[in-house]
Design a protein around this ligand. Structure first.
Ligand code: SAH
Length: 346
């Protein structure tokens, strides 16, 4: 049996075999076509939409890679009002979105009370929709409050599963163990949980990527978001190299095999490093896209990395553009909450 067949059958490989797969482009074509067949088994040609609403560019954290880190004096700060957020969701609903993702920096202005109010209002207006939060590390009691207010899902990438690597990407005071604890809390509370990592972040090795797979195997998340690390000029990593498209696609292909029924987005970062990045992501095993629903007036200010795409278009244009891209890859966007179709609970 060759490597890809073994991965397909066992849904796993030894560290050495993962390394062999990651090291060359030799297996790529077979890996990607097998990944697409697997996603087809669970999801057919369906691609799920998530409407991303970027609620705040204020952040109290100082992650070295991120453009909206506290220490970036050049960053333009904004926060959306409750009414603006609700308006984005209304517009999204009209456009066929059935999941809204509220993402932002860790902005203390958004108290638990405010978040709960917004979540419950969206759920009241759109009871057939899922609300996903991506607001960083919080106390367990806060996660519980959001969940009780109606939040369905939470996205929190672990960023890297190697503690030393984690400490090279984040200032003292942030730790991998704290991040992991948040993920376990979210799971226990009952959220559908998404985690993930950047590919090609500074000092990342292939061994780190294997540690990422191993951690995800432990966590068993419903969603896995990965994308290339992309430089931001006004961060301490300003002069570093961005991650590669090829390695990111290879990781997507592998993740689809190990987590056959998972929700895996073709991310905006992937679309930023290559004009057809998201289409290629779908053809490597991804099954979700996350167009931007934020008001155009703030889009450029939520600048996690340089040259982020889709900052000029209205929501409807983004939706139309992605529709064309998805069908050009042979898939189809569906109007659906897009819950995970669990392997044994189809
Ligand atoms: N404050 C939230 C949301 C962070 S932004 C949180 O802590 O989860 C969402 C994701 O963007 C991050 O988890 C990170 O993986 C990614 N990101 C940040 N800076 C990036 C960069 N320079 N290149 C690529 N991805 C980046």
């Amino acid at each position: 049996m060759n490597l890809v067949e073994e991965l397909r059958t066992r849904r796993n490989l030894s560290d050495e075999d993962f390394l062999r797969l990651l090291k060359t482009d030799e297996y790529d074509q077979e890996l990607f076509s097998s990944a697409v067949r697997l996603r087809q088994k669970y999801y057919g040609n369906d691609v799920y939409l998530r409407g991303l609403i970027e609620i705040s560019s204020y952040c109290k954290n100082d992650c070295y890679y991120c453009g909206i880190r506290k220490g970036n004096r050049q960053a333009q700060r904004y926060r959306l009002s409750e009414e603006e957020i609700l308006e984005c969701a209304r517009q999204g609903y009209e456009l066929g979105f059935r999941t809204f993702v509220l993402q932002g920096g860790e902005d203390p202005w958004f108290t638990d009370e405010r978040i709960c109010g917004i979540v419950s209002q969206i759920k009241a207006e759109h009871p057939d929709c899922a609300v996903t939060l991506s607001l960083g590390e919080k106390e367990r009691s806060s996660y519980q409050a959001y969940f009780d207010a109606g939040a369905d899902r939470y996205l929190l990438r672990h960023e890297t599963a190697d503690p030393e690597h984690y400490s090279l990407l984040h200032p003292a005071g942030m730790s991998l163990s704290a991040r992991k604890q948040c993920l376990w809390d979210l799971k226990e509370i009952g959220y559908q949980v998404g985690s993930g990592f950047m590919v090609g972040s500074p000092w990342q090795t292939l061994e780190h990527l294997i540690a990422d797979i191993r951690f995800l195997q432990e966590l068993e998340p419903d969603m896995i978001g990965i994308g290339p690390y992309i430089n931001h000029r006004d961060t301490p990593f300003g002069g570093m190299e961005s991650g590669s498209l090829d390695l990111c696609l290879r990781m997507l292909g592998i993740l689809r095999h190990v987590f056959a029924d998972a929700l895996i987005p073709a991310t905006t970062a992937l679309g930023t490093i290559h004009p057809q990045g998201r289409e290629l992501g779908l053809l490597a095993g991804a099954n979700v896209v996350m167009p931007n629903l934020s008001p155009v007036s703030v889009r450029k200010k939520y600048e996690l990395y340089d040259n982020k795409i889709c900052t000029g278009e209205e929501a409807a244009e983004c939706r139309g553009c992605l529709q064309r891209r998805v069908s050009s890859a042979g898939f189809e966007i569906v109007v659906d909450r897009g819950d995970r179709r669990k392997e044994y609970g189809l």
